[in-house]
Ligand binder design. Structure first.
Ligand SMILES: [Zn+2]
Length: 250
């Protein structure tokens, strides 16, 4: 085991900060979603990625509405902001300035960034949905809380529109011209799934409290196509649930 601080610092640097652009360039060539550097081979690429193969609490997983429970309340406290939008070679990511957070289970998690997968990483009763948004948060202790939202074809979403409009077509970053209210990318009145898992990208660290919303949010078919033009396939396949309980409820 590595010291916890190290295990946390690496993925967060890779996920979160525009300042780590040199890191993105190096990271971007190390692993992929297809071919010899694809998900089946992540654990062989370097020893730091061992959890991708040997971990027993990996993400994503298939979600089933079985273990009814009353999950702790989630209190989202996000401010509208003009994000730095990064194309990091694996996804489009909107970095959040300090100040937005989510309270869950008696703990505060600061919002770091939002990014997208096409198609979805988690599946619902075996069904893969068109897209999934991940809102990545981190506590002062270094644990991650990720809120996952399924995106399905429907009406245009303004926040996603601003992010896509600002997204560099190749690797790089750009400031958005307008503020986004990310709450519009989270469903109201939705049941949630809750389970303990991992990052869905190398190093696959098992430090993530996952909350996945049951109800999807609508975005337009044109928006889905615009993202898919950049990243047609940036999802990790589902992993074994093993001995974990997935709680489901309001
Ligand atoms: Zn993700």
């Amino acid at each position: 085991m590595k010291p916890k601080g190290f295990a946390v610092a690496a993925p967060v640097a890779a996920l979160a900060f525009g300042a780590a652009l040199a890191g993105y360039a190096a990271e971007g060539t190390q692993w992929a979603y297809e071919g010899p550097k694809g998900p089946e081979h992540w654990s062989e690429i370097k020893s730091e990625f061992a959890a991708c193969g040997a971990g027993r609490e990996q993400s994503p997983i298939d979600l089933q509405r079985t273990h009814a429970a009353e999950p702790e309340k989630i209190e989202i406290s996000w401010q509208a902001f003009e994000p730095e939008v990064v194309n990091n070679g694996h996804t489009i990511q909107a970095n959040a300035p300090a100040g937005s957070y989510t309270a869950f289970d008696g703990k505060r998690y600061d919002l770091l960034q939002l990014h997208f997968h096409h198609k979805s990483e988690h599946t619902l009763d075996g069904e893969q949905l068109p897209m999934e948004a991940h809102f990545v948060h981190k506590s002062a202790e270094g644990d991650l809380l990720v809120l996952g939202v399924f995106l399905v074809p429907g009406r245009t979403n303004g926040a996603l529109e601003t992010i896509l409009d600002s997204a560099p077509q190749s690797r790089g970053s750009q400031s958005a011209e307008a503020a986004v209210d990310l709450r519009s990318l989270v469903p109201d009145d939705s049941a949630i799934f809750r389970y303990a898992g991992s990052l869905t990208t190398p190093p696959c660290s098992e430090i993530v409290s996952w909350i996945i919303y049951d109800r999807p949010v609508e975005v337009s078919p044109v928006q889905i196509a615009a993202f898919a033009r950049l990243y047609p396939n940036n999802f990790r396949p589902t992993q074994p649930t093993n001995r974990r309980f997935v709680l489901f409820g309001f």
